[in-house]
Ligand binder design. Sequence first.
Ligand SMILES: C=C(OP(=O)(O)O)C(=O)O
Ligand SMILES: [Mg+2]
Length: 571
Amino acid sequence: MNLLNGIAASSGIAIAKAFRLVEPNLSFEKKTVSDVGAEVDRFQAAINKSKSELEAIRDKAKVELGEDKAAIFEAHLLVLSDPELLNPIEDNIKSSSVNAEFALKETADMFITMFESMDNEYMKERAADIRDVTKRVLSHLLGVQLANPSMISEEVVVIAEDLTPSDTAQLNRQFVKGFTTDIGGRTSHSAIMARSMEIPAVVGTKSATKDINTGDLVIVDGLKGEVHINPTEDIVERYRNENAAYEAQKAEWAKLVNEESFTADNHHVELAANIGTPQDLEGVINNGGEGVGLYRTEFLYMGRDQLPTEEEQFESYKAVLEGMKGKPVVVRTLDIGGDKELPYLNLPKEMNPFLGFRAIRLCLEEQGMFRTQLRALLRASTFGNLKIMFPMIATIDEFRQAKATLEEEKQKLLQEGVAVSDDIEIGIMVEIPSTAVIADLFAKEVDFFSIGTNDLIQYTMAADRMNERVSYLYQPYNPAILRLVKMVIDAAHKEGKWAGMCGEMAGDETAIPLLIGLGLDEFSMSATSILKARSQIRQLNKADMEKLAAEVLQMRTTEEVIQAVQAATQM
Ligand SMILES: C=C(OP(=O)(O)O)C(=O)O
Ligand SMILES: [Mg+2]
């Protein structure tokens, strides 16, 4: 198979050698050993190899990803030197004459179970560390190689079954030229991260990890959703040319970097960016973002083994607010859950994580964690134009509770003599259908809405945003979705509030004409989509788009809507 088709998740073209980021088989059998001394030596050798490997990873992570991301490897090194763990493993080998793999796994599992059952965050984090370290030592005992994304040191295309957001956060932009995965959709978080990191990506190929070996030459066509494996020189040449044409197109869009966003008939909208970390700001500024419409703060909590402190969070929020120099910055409070896991919270596995104990539901229960974030945000509020947004709001009561908690923390800070801005807008994500349906009631209480279509579509259509097999049902232009979007925008305007959209639909070229027609005020998207969107909006006429929107709201199928948009805009 030389060509794989998948979902175009992040535009651009990458041509490089493949690097497989796939978990190796770590299974083994229990064996009786006759020479226990030699077995203990074998175990010691595996520990030493793991140590030197971790030291190298830690040093590299420090330089390339920063001290905080490197801390997790430091914690792993401590586990590898802990006699309380190592001695019982050696005793187990000696007393039961078992192989090192078995003794390691049995003893480690005992500690993991014990620590996880304790009602103590610190011990739960240690359980996660032991689990990771056990895998590494096992890999050395079995003589297989663990994939280490942080050790990539040449230009590659990463091939993986899926990339979790924390894997993605560890990728080094300098070397990772593209990636391709077996599963996932355009709005899975690995795809979103790829767009914010400007890494071309094709997801949902179903078989990339089966068909591609490390070292194969791979072309990732993030514009068409194709992956070429060991292509001929002709194909490589064609892609070099296509890449040059794409770069030229980008240079044309780049001329709009300092312009505001107006339609042809002079209607102004705001084009803002979605970010995951303060490092993404550079991309926002280079792409002419008029604000940050969604700061996904959960990425601050990932790729580490404990919660970020109030001070760490304060520094990140302050950096973003200062960096945006008074332009609006909408910070969303922690939205963990679904495909964004935090292993160190040790939350029980759920049957339906996207419908489970997540985001605001978790924050309202884990008050300590939530209040720390709110304090950090409030303290940072004087450094720019902060707006706070709560995710996954399903009921008015949840919004009231979250707002009351914020108000309590604000009062506490003021009593402590800490300055807090008195001009912070408080809004919600509209990503659950129940909230869209009673947007008129919410609009009386919130300062703004931001429509999270990534989730709103999956919940409305009952189609998992990560599952490529149901991606045909994931229909942004379905009249059902468009009607919900209209209800939210109209409800906001009736109360004199603004409505934005921070789901991927906001940057979609077929959706943009309709959203202009429906009156959306703010479009927040991957920074790399902003200039293209601005160029498109300059060609559109608001009055015409209003007529188009009214027509498509009466249509019955997605296909009819797409055709109508194409006909009206000559796309
Ligand atoms: C922007 C959204 O949030 P996330 O993609 O982080 O779930 C959304 O659901 O549209
Ligand atoms: Mg969401």
